[in-house]
Design a protein around this ligand. Structure first.
Ligand code: ATP
Ligand code: MG
Length: 319
């Protein structure tokens, strides 16, 4: 392979990057100008794409992120946290006219409410992604948070075709649809290499495609994988389950450990799966074990990135 064809990065991650302000303690708001005192407040790196990118970098993958942030304090926080983790931020667009997205997370034991300002998050478009691909020449492109980025979502079928023509493999984690319509995926999945929903998202999207309620995960996996991509479903502490050509092919459990915070566990799972794929792990069960282990190790700390697995921690846990 000549130097000009050597990929500059292993993975280009596409999507949302924003700070999450995590509040714990007496977080159920009371109106009437009441003042409540909190136990803790932490500003952490959020956005599914940003967390996946940090997870991949920790696992030794050369990783870049393409995203849009505002030219403001929260945008600076995002760029700084990514750079600290060794993620290439050269393709991130800074906009002076729109604020960086922000989520305020009101945490209670076992549950949370999330208040999100979309800000720059919906602004990413396919032209920006194509330019980043041409410059960074990734082996793989991962797309996060489909439903938060309508412009990118509308252009995704043609973008995936363009990437396929260049022999770039692709993956998508839609995450939750705030509108709960779950539209558009029947045009996307046929051109995708790997689809990475969680179990609720898989059932909702399969229901939208089949135009009937889909209650069983195996039914959902069959409907989605019949469209032509590999489907890898996250199932919380149960781990991950894979489907191909309308049949279940493998499963791997998560680790049993003390859970501190599951925010972003799905993103660390995605990072583990993609790192396994790009490192040449040859069996679906092996790739799922990397994924479920990386997801589980991330729940040891607050926020999505603090306790993401290093390569060494992952190998130790996989023995
Ligand atoms: N309670 C838990 N104990 C152990 N491992 C867990 C737990 N919750 C999640 N995990 C690990 O993290 C992976 C992904 O978690 P989950 O299924 O919650 O993804 P998700 O719903 O996409 O998460 P999110 O979108 O909030 O990041 C699981 O497959 C598992 O490996
Ligand atoms: Mg998820």
């Amino acid at each position: 392979m000549s130097a000009s064809h050597t990929p500059a990065v292993d993975v280009l991650v596409v999507g949302d990057a924003n700070p999450d302000l995590l509040l714990t303690g007496d977080t159920v708001p009371r109106f009437g100008q009441a003042e409540q005192l909190l136990d803790a407040a932490e500003l952490v790196l959020g956005g599914s794409a940003a967390i996946v990118a940090c997870g991949l970098a920790r696992l030794g993958m050369r990783t870049a992120l393409v995203s849009v942030v505002g030219r403001d304090g929260f945008g600076d926080v995002v760029l700084h946290r990514l750079e600290e983790r060794g993620v290439d931020v050269s393709a991130i667009v800074e906009r002076g006219d729109v604020p960086t997205g922000l989520s305020v997370v009101l945490a209670q034991p076992g549950d949370r409410a999330i208040l999100t300002l979309p800000g720059t998050i919906p602004l990413l478009d396919a032209a920006t992604v194509r330019a980043a691909v041409e410059r960074l020449r990734p082996r793989h492109v991962h797309i996060a948070s489909y439903f938060l980025q309508p412009s990118l979502a509308a252009e995704l079928p043609s973008l995936l075709g363009w990437l396929g023509d260049r022999a770039v493999t692709t993956s998508l984690d839609t995450n939750w649809d705030p509108a709960e319509r779950w539209d558009g995926l029947s045009e996307v999945l046929p051109s995708l290499t790997v689809f990475l929903p969680n179990d609720e998202e898989a059932r909702a999207i399969a229901g939208s495609i089949a135009d009937r309620p889909v209650d069983s995960l195996d039914d959902a996996g069959a409907i989605l994988s019949a469209l032509g991509c590999r489907v890898v479903v996250k199932a919380g502490a149960e781990g991950g389950i894979a489907y191909e050509d309308a049949a279940r092919t493998a499963g791997a459990p998560g680790l049993v450990l003390d859970v501190v915070d599951t925010t972003g566990a799905g993103d660390s799972f995605d990072a583990g799966y993609l790192a396994a794929m790009l490192s040449g792990v040859g069996t679906e069960e092996g790739r799922l074990r990397w994924a479920a282990t990386a997801g589980s190790l991330s729940v040891r700390g607050i926020g999505g990135t603090a306790e993401q697995a290093t390569e060494a921690e992952l190998s130790t846990a996989l023995v």
